[in-house]
Design a protein around this ligand. Structure first.
Ligand code: ADE
Length: 272
């Protein structure tokens, strides 16, 4: 997959040289290119923002540098062959991180991990002049995505979050492909349940034992215990996710575990 990132802070993306993503780049699975928006400014101060029409606080990113940057970054590669041939590979998809975007979820990440080419446009200040999106739509699909109901200083950290989430789903990026299958929120994993507690050696640490079932070698019992833990954790941290599970996906044992979890949450709130 090719990923282009346009930003006024290219250094922000140094972490994409590390760890799994760094290795995927070295292996040629990911081709990440970071571009400085200011390369498409022509004044002495390399200006990328201006005051908003209609008044109000803050500054808005100017359309000209963005328009030129997107044109340059998404231009089909020039080939020596004279007659222009239609591009063989599908073109880019533009992602605009914004607090006003559609909430980004694992479902988006799964879908976007199949794309051949993503372009992230990192806005700052009060955002980018809206005509840039309308203009981009003429040439490529555009998605405005938010990583949560809070306001960051710019789209850079949201882009890092999305690039990492998408990249680790691509074949060959994770060491063990099964680890993505078991993720909380992975489609088809334990539907809508959060991943419960995990343990490793030693079996006793500071007097705390690993739950004995995990050492029992009884795979059925381990699966049951993991599901119980997932149910309890979801009830505690994200009770709204449980309401989305169809009733016939919860057996009698599940319902007993949830009843116990609810009683516990109830008694905690009384104690508070
Ligand atoms: N830019 C600023 N806040 C953001 C958010 N919550 N998600 C995506 N991009 C943003």
């Amino acid at each position: 997959m090719r990923i282009d990132i346009i930003t006024i802070f290219p250094d922000y993306f140094a972490p994409l040289e590390l760890s799994l993503i760094g290795k995927a780049r070295a292996a040629g699975i990911l081709d990440i290119r970071v571009h400085d928006l200011r390369s498409w400014t022509y004044d002495r101060h390399k200006t990328v923002d201006d005051t908003p029409y209609g008044g109000g606080p803050g500054m808005v990113m100017k359309p000209e540098p963005w328009g030129e940057a997107l044109d340059a970054v998404t231009a089909p590669a020039e080939t020596a062959a004279a007659p222009p041939v239609p591009p063989a590979a599908p073109g880019p998809r533009l992602i605009l991180p914004a607090p006003s975007g559609v909430p980004f979820t694992q479902v988006h990440a799964e879908r976007l991990s199949d794309e051949p080419w993503l372009v992230f446009a990192c806005g700052r200040y009060e955002g980018i002049d809206a005509r840039v999106v309308d203009d981009a739509w003429e040439r490529m699909p555009v998605e405005e995505l938010s990583i949560g109901d809070y306001v960051l200083a710019g789209g850079e950290s949201a882009t890092l979050v999305m690039v990492e989430t998408i990249s680790r789903l691509m074949p060959g990026v994770l060491g063990n492909a099964d680890s993505a299958v078991q993720d909380s929120f992975a489609p088809g994993a334990m539907e809508n349940l959060l991943e419960g507690a995990v343990y490793t050696k030693p079996p006793v640490w500071r007097g705390r034992e690993v739950p004995p079932v995990l050492l029992s070698g009884d795979h059925g019992a381990v699966d049951r215990w993991r599901r119980d833990e997932a149910l309890r954790k979801t009830a505690r941290n994200r009770p709204e996710l449980l309401r989305e599970i169809p009733e016939n996906h919860l057996d009698q044992h599940d319902q007993d575990v949830l009843r116990g979890a609810r009683l516990q949450v109830g008694s905690e709130s009384v104690a508070d």
